[in-house]
Design a protein around this ligand. Structure first.
Ligand code: PLP
Length: 341
């Protein structure tokens, strides 16, 4: 409040206070933004729900985030799109038509993206990866609610799945805020686990997570993992970047995934309904169950079925969770206001 008073002066600060923007010792910038705006939205349906509880006095809407499809589609798959759905770059909704693309074309484009990823990982870490192994990708800001370590709740179970059903390899990336001790601790744990699990399950953590690494990672992984604590993930856009590349998600039902998840069609859910609170023990168990009984058996035993999931992931989710649809919705719902006010 002292700083706010210096910057704004007592009169303006008083106005903000009367508008309900400040409690006592600090000015709540989210409240300032919400109170001073004509239109307020969450960045997913789930985010709107959560925000409603936090800001009951505001009328809220939601416009779910989207990613720029032409930027995030890897070159090999983009070439397949160009051939079958030439208008996809100017109108992403045509990606729905990918549902007719032969599965072997999706499969071989993905294998190219995977080769690019594994080469990049080897270049950065010196660790050679297996191009035939089910490759799980996980990359995001390292912060505690994202639970980088949920996958490592039971190392024996992970080893068993890898030896009994088929080899698993895991590529993780992310940066922690320099002052986030918990985040840094999580990275240390991943590095520790990587050496404990080797050589049964290969886990690598390339350093310097950035746009370039994110790009090859969400295109070349076979499965995109997301394990946020429920109610904490506003959106989770990296799963959309994976979807544009036909990479299905295995994720806790939170953020965008509440809307994007169709079991066995766009990926798989971890744990129970989105409205229930997170239970780490049950969620870890559900994660392992899906890997052991559904995903790895399909990947190793019925590759056509797995490729069909990749294809429907593009048709159902890439055609919708893109920036073009998002901008259109901002225009229709936020800026045009349809004569409502
Ligand atoms: C997309 C992206 C993110 C955000 O990913 P989430 O799934 O929302 O956590 C963070 N960092 C980079 C480099 C990205 O490309």
């Amino acid at each position: 409040m002292d700083l706010a008073q210096t910057v704004l002066g007592a009169a303006r600060l008083d106005t903000l206070r009367q508008a309900g923007c400040g409690a006592h010792e600090s000015l709540n910038l989210t409240q300032v933004a919400a109170r001073m705006s004509h239109y307020v939205n969450g960045v997913s349906l789930r985010h709107e729900e959560t925000s409603r509880d936090m800001f009951p006095e505001n009328s809220l809407n939601y416009v779910t985030n989207g990613v720029h499809a032409a930027t995030w589609a890897g070159p090999a798959l983009a070439e397949v799109f160009d051939r079958h759905v030439p208008l996809w770059r100017t109108d992403n909704s045509y990606l729905r038509w990918v549902v007719t693309v032969p599965l072997d074309e999706i499969e071989s484009a993905h294998q190219e993206a995977k080769t690019d990823l594994l080469e990049e990982v080897e270049r950065r870490t010196g660790v050679p990866m297996d191009p035939h192994a089910l490759t799980v990708g996980f990359a995001r800001r390292v912060t505690s609610y994202k639970r980088f370590d949920l996958l490592f709740s039971d190392l024996d179970r992970l080893r068993t799945i890898s030896s009994r059903v088929g080899t698993l390899q895991i590529i993780m990336a992310g940066k922690a805020h320099p002052r986030d001790e918990e985040g840094k601790q999580m990275i240390r744990r991943v590095l520790e686990v990587a050496s404990v699990l080797s050589p049964d399950v290969r886990v690598v953590f390339p350093e310097e997570y950035d746009f370039a690494l994110g790009r090859v990672l969400c295109a070349g992984a076979d499965l995109w993992l997301n394990t946020p604590e429920k109610g904490m993930e506003a959106s989770g856009t990296s799963g959309m970047k994976a979807a544009v590349n036909g990479v299905p998600s295995l994720s806790v039902l939170d953020g965008w995934w509440v809307e994007g998840h169709v079991e066995g069609v766009t990926g798989w859910a971890i744990g129970g309904h989105w409205s229930e609170e997170s239970n780490p023990r049950l969620e870890a168990q559900s994660l392992y169950d899906k890997l052991e009984y559904v995903i790895a058996p399909m990947y190793y035993g019925d590759r056509k079925a797995f490729s069909a999931v990749m294809r429907s992931t593009i048709a159902v989710n890439a055609s919708y969770f893109n920036a073009q649809r998002m901008l259109g919705q901002y225009i229709d719902n936020a800026y045009s206001l349809n004569g409502k006010t």
